[in-house]
Design a protein around this ligand. Structure first.
Ligand code: PRP
Length: 209
């Protein structure tokens, strides 16, 4: 058998959903389920080697070709861009990017430049550029909802899943920016060199989505 295809999974929920999908395809993922603190794990009957990484790093490893494939959210893909193929929308990890403000705040009124806090400056910049709107973007590392509450920003561009975090902090979505879900990506060279194996896996996945 050829050396295993290496697939980087985004640690956490996307990892669990991907393992669920691989099991649905009939592959034994015991090693991944019982991983302890190990970061590289075999799925022998699928000839896969699973690598567990942070979302941005999944893209880095795939871009550099040290992992053949990856599972990562569209949010990370949109923010990081990069050179790789986006092959399949896996359908899980669904949420959205949205512009949110304090409840009742009239974001589009007035002439002053609006300030946006976000973990995703590239996504935010391109959203407002498309509108032809000049904004000041401030990068925040987490709990972005704090920024309008502390009056640092007029609005936030952030991930909204259930909407609970916004609601419990007196914020509301005023516009959707983009839908998000998990994507299967592949290194451009791997896709050529191991086309058959990757295609077989994609076909299996698509039959089972
Ligand atoms: C994400 C996002 C929102 C929250 C949205 O944050 O940035 O804060 O989840 O989910 P909800 O609509 O279901 O409430 P995460 O939990 O990743 O933490 P962070 O903000 O510290 O990154």
């Amino acid at each position: 058998m050829s050396k295993p295809l290496r697939i980087a999974l985004t640690k956490g929920r996307l990892e669990k959903d991907t393992v669920g999908l691989l099991e649905k395809l009939g592959f034994d993922c015991t090693a991944v389920r019982e991983k302890g603190r190990k970061l590289i794990l075999p799925v022998p009957d699928a000839n896969l080697e699973v690598v567990l990484a942070k979302a941005n790093d999944v893209i880095t490893y795939v871009e550099h070709g040290v992992c053949d494939m990856g599972v990562v959210g569209k949010d990370t893909i949109m923010e990081m861009k990069g050179k790789f193929f986006e092959l399949v929308d896996l359908g899980f990890g669904r949420c959205k990017f949205a512009l949110a403000t304090k409840k009742g705040y009239d974001f589009y009124s007035g002439y002053g430049i609006k300030t946006i806090a976000t973990k995703y400056p590239n996504v935010s910049r391109s959203f407002f550029e498309k509108k032809g709107m000049d904004t000041e973007i401030i990068k925040i590392e987490g709990s972005v909802e704090l920024a309008p509450l502390l009056e640092l920003a007029d609005g936030i561009v952030d991930i909204v899943e259930t909407g609970t975090t916004l609601k419990e902090n007196g914020l509301e979505v005023i516009e959707d920016v983009a839908p998000i879900s998990a994507r299967l990506i592949a290194n451009t060279v791997s896709l050529k060199l191991r086309q058959k194996e990757i295609e077989n896996l994609i076909n299996l996945i698509e039959e089972n989505l």
